[in-house]
Design a protein around this ligand. Sequence first.
Ligand code: GFB
Length: 310
Amino acid sequence: MNKEAKIYVAGHSGLVGSSIMRCLKRNGYNHVVVRDITELDLRNQQEVNVFFEQEKPQYVFLAAAKVGGIWANDTRPAEFIYDNLMIETNIIHAAYQHKVKKLLFLGSSCIYPKMAQQPIREEYLLSGYLEPTNEAYAIAKIAGIELCKFYRRQYGCDFISAMPTNLYGINDNFNPDTSHVLPALIRKFHEAKIKKAQQVIIWGTGNPMREFLYVDDLADALLFLMLHYSEETHINIGTGEDIRIGDLALLVKEIIGFKGELVNDTSKPDGTPRKLLDVTKLHNLGFKHKTDLKEGIAKVYAWYKEIENV
Ligand code: GFB
């Protein structure tokens, strides 16, 4: 991918897509095409075909997706499976038809079986049943991996798939009902501190373990893979370390400086007990993340205060 290459970032305004945009700019890739959701509905095959016909991108980062935290996934499964299947099928097929040189598809660590052996190696995919709270999203993402694999096998397309662990960073969704745990905790602790509240509610038991990767480290990894990886097998992207949700809450509490107590709401689901990725393959290729969790949360909190004007 030379610096003049025409690159399409699907999902450019989201958490991952906006980070890919910053990463491409930092690295001197300036010929990037994007479309807002109001201009191009990626669930519509006709619109996607017209866009590829007009723009003819040479490289594609497929970061567009319907995403959300455990509650959104659990309560709106039809939207998660339909939107994601349509987006990825339309883009991958159009990329094949319009001879895209290379496409990178983004999945998620929830594609692996709920009870997968830890840390989770790439080959554990489809070796057991899925976590029910995000089964719809996981099935769609598994379909995306398989699309890339089979388009490579049958048509020789250079389509690759990356499976990131739980992500966080600037431009995240901070809506308490639909967000992932980290932005939810940042917002809850921040608001509790401002209001001098006594308590903050943490969903579930606090016992699940999660691994968190700062989104700018993910974007660096994606560019690295676009340049250096070209295999049929998907590849995990993570830090190789995880933390108990209860301990994560204590860490966010400390960074924000909230003085009250934590209360567990066990009417909310825990989800997968643990999903730590084995990142040996990525490390062996020569890529390692840079941002430590505490440093990353502090960066996001600084950004959050700025956009909230507080
Ligand atoms: O980040 P999260 O929503 O998603 O939740 P998953 C992680 C854990 O944090 C769960 C707990 O055990 C939640 O119960 N948690 C505690 C909270 N307090 C909160 C809170 O205020 N908000 C939220 N959201 N969680 C998602 C999948 O699973 O991970 C997606 O549903 C996707 O499909 C994504 O794969 C990466 O890690 O459980």
